[in-house]
Design a protein around this ligand. Structure first.
Ligand code: NG1
Ligand code: ZN
Length: 543
């Protein structure tokens, strides 16, 4: 405890260094691990304050840099229901970090100011749950974080060790649901999703997966977790293989593998071959903290075919629409999808025009998508990179339960109603979750009896390309209209539009990354060659 100045300075001096300027970005603070000690310390303080502000509810903290290279790390705060930190607190987090990065006096003043604005007392009890991914900077940064929590006198800190990001979100939510005294451990996560899987396979009479699945775990924390989880059920015996599972070798993390590598390069990761002798199978890749998943296969003529976040969203949309129809709830429950500007134009067209499912477009970052998705009764949101989930409103459970008690309903209808409930348990509703999403997709494919090709054939992606352009100052790139139009630098959008007009079926937009010091340029066009041309030309305009 550090209510007096000297003790506070003692804690500050242990980890804080001066000179770096931080900003809470798309997914919290994320930088090279060497510059993170100060912000880890202040995040310890801030997470504690957030818990006190919320009446002692447990606030989660995840130390990870997801798909970024091994030398990076990061930290983000998770609110009590498992959702991302409330927006107004992102500024407090940034201000506190930057004050500490100036000197001790600034930090002390900023802390005092925050306590006054928020009307908080450092003596009030609070709870924080923390976990980290497999990066080698994790333990050092965790220590800085824990020292930060010591600034608060009565803060209970639960260290969950090494977890996937969605496990931490889930456990944070469960801790608050179950209340004081409940034993909250990782086993709860495995139990919850495995029971839903058991229920689903029993209900649909699924004895085994229709084909084998190869999981590229990006040499990250997803590897031991998915092995432990699926290993607990004989159902999965001989049906899954984990490749790139070397999570104890941090330099291998995300290197030539993982969801981001596969999506960005549109090719197979290291360790997975397109060999036809493998027998029927599907592949998927997690990212470094297992909150993203993309699927892929190699077709009969040897082409790599990606089934990304858009394909996952459309698969679920089609499935849930039919389920609602069979359940007799199509008019009563609103199904909708949420995408970002990076969603392939063909997927948006398929959802809106072929399925008739509404699509909302939001800025990049799951916090924006989640916020819109909860406005639907069944809200499906996925970023094209494979980060997403499905959220179910309370009305779903209420209506299903009500209809379920009506004995006059047919057997098919009963089954559909039950399936709706089971899916709401199989899906990790708190945040995108590679393991839970993977099981959700495998469940749908098993029920529909679809091969990867059948899934893929629902619509054809427009050729697309995403590139990074390094610029002297990315903050000058400002956008509106869910990031689809630039308002600064003045005139640039007009030049992009003029270029796009010269191509058929084309689209392109530019925005500053929230997680890397670069500007991203996305383009779609009618052919691969045209998209290469367009993206290169727009890239040149940006430079
Ligand atoms: P930025 O760097 O802001 O584009 C990237 C991803 C986001 C999201 C965050 C958080 C793309 C184009 N952007 O954000 O979708 O996943 O990282 O990890 O994939
Ligand atoms: Zn991630």
């Amino acid at each position: 405890m550090a209510s007096d100045s000297e003790a506070l300075q003692g804690l500050y001096d242990k980890h804080c260094v001066q000179g770096f300027k931080y900003a809470y970005g798309t997914a919290g603070f994320r930088y090279n691990a060497d510059v993170l000690d100060t912000v880890m310390f202040t995040t310890g303080v801030l997470a504690g304050l957030r818990s006190i502000y919320l009446g002692g509810k447990t606030v989660g903290v995840m130390i990870t840099a997801s798909h970024n290279p091994p030398q990076d790390n990061g930290v983000k705060i998770v609110d009590p229901r498992g959702e991302m930190l409330e927006k107004s607190w992102e500024s407090y987090a940034t201000e506190l970090a930057n004050s500490a990065s100036q000197n001790f006096a600034s930090f002390q003043n900023k802390l005092k100011e925050l306590l006054e604005i928020l009307k908080l007392d450092l003596m009030t009890p609070g709870c924080v749950a923390v976990a980290r991914d497999s990066r080698d900077s994790g333990p050092r940064l965790l220590a800085a974080f824990k020292t930060g929590t010591e600034v608060l006198a009565n803060l209970q800190v639960t260290d969950h060790g090494v977890l996937t990001t969605p496990q931490l979100h889930f456990l944070t939510c469960k801790t608050n649901d179950l209340g004081q005294g409940a034993v909250i451990a990782e086993t709860l996560y495995f139990k919850e999703f495995l029971s839903a899987w058991d229920e689903l396979t029993m209900l649909c009479n699924i004895q085994s997966l229709p084909y084998k699945i190869r999981i590229d775990a990006a040499n990250g924390v997803g590897a031991p977790k998915v092995e432990e989880m699926l290993g607990a059920r004989s159902f999965f015996d001989n049906t899954f293989t984990v490749v790139n599972g070397d999570w104890k070798n941090p330099p291998a993390l995300n290197h030539l593998c993982g969801a981001d590598f596969v999506k960005t390069n549109q090719r197979l990761p290291q360790g997975i071959s397109g060999d036809a002798k493998q027998g029927p199978h599907i592949n998927c890749s997690f990212d470094g903290d297992a909150d993203r998943v993309v699927f892929y296969y190699v077709n009969s003529v040897g082409e790599f075919k990606l089934l990304d976040g858009d394909k996952i969203a459309t698969l679920f949309a089609k499935f849930f629409q039919e389920l609602l129809q069979t359940a007799g709830l199509r008019d009563e429950l609103q199904l909708g999808t949420v995408q970002t500007a990076y969603a392939n134009g063909s997927s948006t067209h398929y959802l809106e025009k072929m399925l008739g499912v509404p699509v909302t477009c939001t800025p990049t970052g799951v916090k924006h998508l989640h916020h819109e998705a909860v406005k639907f009764d069944i809200g499906i949101y996925f970023e094209a990179n494979g980060h997403g989930t499905i959220v179910f409103s309370e009305k779903v459970t209420e209506l299903v339960t009500q209809k379920f008690s009506d004995a006059s309903e047919s057997k098919d209808r009963h089954n559909a109603l039950q399936l709706l409930l089971v899916f709401s348990k199989l899906i990790n509703q708190t945040v995108g979750d590679a393991i839970s999403d993977m099981l959700g997709v495998m469940a749908v494919l098993s029920i529909l009896k679809w091969t990867p090709e059948q899934w893929d054939n629902e619509y054809t992606d427009l050729p697309n390309k995403l590139i990074k352009v390094l610029v002297p100052d990315r903050t000058v790139f400002k956008t509106v209209n869910a990031e689809r139009q630039l308002v600064s630098p003045v005139g640039l959008q007009q030049s992009i539009d003029d270029l796009v007009d010269k191509f058929d079926n084309a689209r392109s937009f530019v925005r500053a990354s929230g997680t890397e010091d670069a500007v991203r340029v996305y383009a779609e066009a009618a052919t691969r060659q045209k998209v290469e041309e367009l993206v290169t030309m727009v890239g040149q305009l940006v430079e």
